[in-house]
Design a protein around this ligand. Sequence first.
Ligand code: GLU
Length: 444
Amino acid sequence: MASPTTTRFAPSPTGYIHVGNLRTALMNYLIARKAGGTFILRIDDTDPERSKEEYVDGIKQDLEWLGLHWDRIERQSARLEQYHAAAEDLRAKGRFYEAFETPTELDLKRKKQLNMSKPPVYDRAALLLTDEEKDALRAERGDGVWRFKLEQQRIEWQDGILGDISIDAASVSDPVLIRGDGQILYTLASVVDDTEMGVTHVVRGSDHVTNTATQIQIMQALGHDHPSFAHHSLLTGPKGEALSKRLGVLALRDLREQGVQPFALLSLMARLGSSDTVELRTDMAELIDGFDIDRFGAAPTKFDERDLFPLTGRYLQTLEVDDVADKLAALGVPESKTAQFWAVTKENIETLGDLDTWWAMCRDGADPVIEDDDKDFVAEAVALLPEMPFDENTWRNWTATVKDATGRKGRGLFRPLRLALTGQEHGPEMAALMPLLQVIKAKE
Ligand code: GLU
C-alpha cells in the first residue's frame, strides 16, 4: 500500500513569509489536502544565531491568516539527537569525512580551478589525510567540518514540475553536513526529517535542485527511498527582473497591512505559473479541488503585486455587510446607514482601506472639482439642491430640475454634478450615494 501523502513546509525562521515561500507553503498544503494527507509545518531552526522566535511566531500567524492550517509542527532544534545518529550511521558506512580547509584555502582552490577552466568542485584533499595529520590539524585548527562523500555517478529523478532531471554528482562538491562548531546543517537535518516523518512529496523552489541531488544520495546512503520531488520556478518581477532583493518588502504581513485579502493572495499564488488562468476563489475547498501541480511550468514566473488589488476588490464584493461590520463600526458609520453604505461602496473599493475615503467623503463632504466651463452651471445647479437629508429620489428629482433649468442633458449634465459633489470622475451610483452625503462642500 502506498504511504499516505505527507508534505511539509519548512521555513527557516530567519525572516517572515514572503510571496516566494508562500508559493512553497501553498503548494505543499494543497497537495496534502487534496490527497486527504498530512501537512507538516517544520521549523528549520538548526542555526541558533540566525533563527528568531519572533519569526517562528510570525510564520505561524501568517499561515493562520491565510487559513493554511498544519496538522503537525516540528522543530529541528528539538531533533539534534536524531541528526547525530544519522551522522554516526554515515560515518560507520564510510560516507562521512572530516575536512579542515579554511574558507580562504577553499576560496583559493576554487580560483585555481576556475583559472584552469575546471568546475569549482571540492577536490577531496581531506580524504588523503592520515589519522596523524588529522590530529595535528585538529589540534591546530579545532574540529573540522564533516562532508558527505558523494558517489560520483549521475543522480536522476523525475521531477514533478521540471521533468527528467539528471545531475552529475562529480560536478557537485561533497556537501558539508556538520560545521566545525558542531552545528548540524540543513541538508542533513532535512534528509533525516523527510525520511523519519514519512514525507512523500517535497515541493520547493528550484534553487534547491542541487540540494535535492545530494539529498537523494544521503537518503540512499542511510538506507531509505526518497520522496518525490517537484521544484517550482522562481518568481520574478513583472518585467522578468529578479525579485530576490524585493522579497523583503513582499512579506505577507506588509501585503496584509496594505489591505490584501487572503483569498486574493491564495487565488493568485495557486495558479500563477500554471497553465490555468487566475480566477478568484473564495473557498479553500475550491482551491484544493482545482489544484494540479502537473499544470505548472519550469519557466520563471512573473509576479506583479498590483494584481492582488483587483482580486482583493472582487473578493470584497462577495462579502455581506455583516462580514465588514467591525470595519464599518471602527470607521464610525452609524448603524442605520451601514447596509446602505456597504451596498453603495463595495463595487468601488480595492481594499477595505478605501472605505475610509468614501466614508470621509460622506461625512465631511468632498472638495468639489469644477471645470472652468462648468462654473456657472454648477453654481446654478447647487442652488437648486433640496434641503438635507437627501433620499433615494433626490438625485433623480434634482437632475430633472437642473435639466429643465439649464437645458443640459446626458454626460454634460451628470458629469459636472458628480465632480462637484464627490470630487471624482467615477464612483458609486449617485442616486444611491446621495442619501449618505452629509455635507456638500460645493454649497459652501
Ligand atoms: N529551510 C529550507 C528553506 O527555507 C527548506 C528547504 C526545503 O524545503 O527543504 O530553504
